[in-house]
Design a protein around this ligand. Structure first.
Ligand SMILES: [Zn+2]
Ligand SMILES: [Zn+2]
Length: 231
């Protein structure tokens, strides 16, 4: 079977110091946002998607900040605010909702603000995660990929959880992944123990080995990407 671009991306990402799926999804999102801001904002459907989603979720709103995106960001958010404004009743309108009482008004405001669809970047991330995890699991019988995975930081916990919810995966590959992931986590736990022991003993950071990086690795392993936790 021909190996896909995702296969080689995964193999390379496994040599880097964090969950390979998080890493690749992160760079995929950044590329997607670049495309969105440089080309797609003129596409009516893209603008409508963002408007209906009421912009991006708070985790992704940080990805779109940056001086080169100020104009695009202004256009997108003007769209959202303008659309929300259509649903907020005017207090002085002669036949307005205010005459029906405050509950009718607050209901209308909530309806105006509530997203009608998921954040487009969350949606993109979920698709990417699925493609990458399927590629990993489908190819995990390849010695090259197994060796790379054994030496890697493993999957973050949210992505490990996602894998366990996937269907149609070869039992052997899944069993191997969970077993290997378990030893990666055991190793990380032991490194944290060593770090705490040495830290309490006022051990010099400069004299520490790889355990000096363990707390940082642990945060990335436990939390993964914020939006990967959903569902
Ligand atoms: Zn991850
Ligand atoms: Zn999002």
């Amino acid at each position: 079977m021909a190996r896909s671009t995702q296969y080689f991306d995964l193999r390379d990402a496994l040599t880097q110091p964090s969950c390979p799926i998080c890493r690749l999804v992160d760079s995929g999102v950044r590329q997607f946002v670049d495309g969105l801001f440089y080309e797609s904002l003129t596409v009516v459907e893209r603008r409508a998607e963002i408007r209906e989603a009421r912009g991006f979720c708070s985790a992704h709103s940080s990805v779109i900040s940056g001086t080169t995106r100020v104009l695009g960001s202004a256009i997108i958010h003007r769209d959202v605010i303008n659309d929300v404004l259509r649903g907020i009743p005017e207090a002085n309108a002669p036949k307005g909702l205010f005459r029906q009482g405050v509950a009718a008004v607050t209901d209308a405001v909530v309806k105006a603000i509530k997203p009608r669809r998921e954040c487009p970047l969350c949606e993109f991330e979920r698709r990417q995660e699925k493609i990458l995890l399927e590629t990993l699991l489908r190819n995990l019988h390849e010695p090259e990929l197994r060796e790379a995975f054994e030496r890697s930081a493993g999957l973050c916990l949210p992505h490990l959880q996602t894998v366990c919810g996937m269907r149609g995966i070869q039992d052997d590959n899944l069993r191997w992944l969970i077993e290997t992931q378990r030893s990666i986590l055991l190793n990380l736990r032991d490194q944290l123990d060593l770090f705490v022991h040495r830290y309490n003993g006022s051990y010099d950071f400069a004299q520490m080995g790889s355990e000096a990086e363990a707390p940082q690795r642990a945060v990335r392993t436990v939390s993964g990407r914020i939006v990967a936790r959903r569902g």
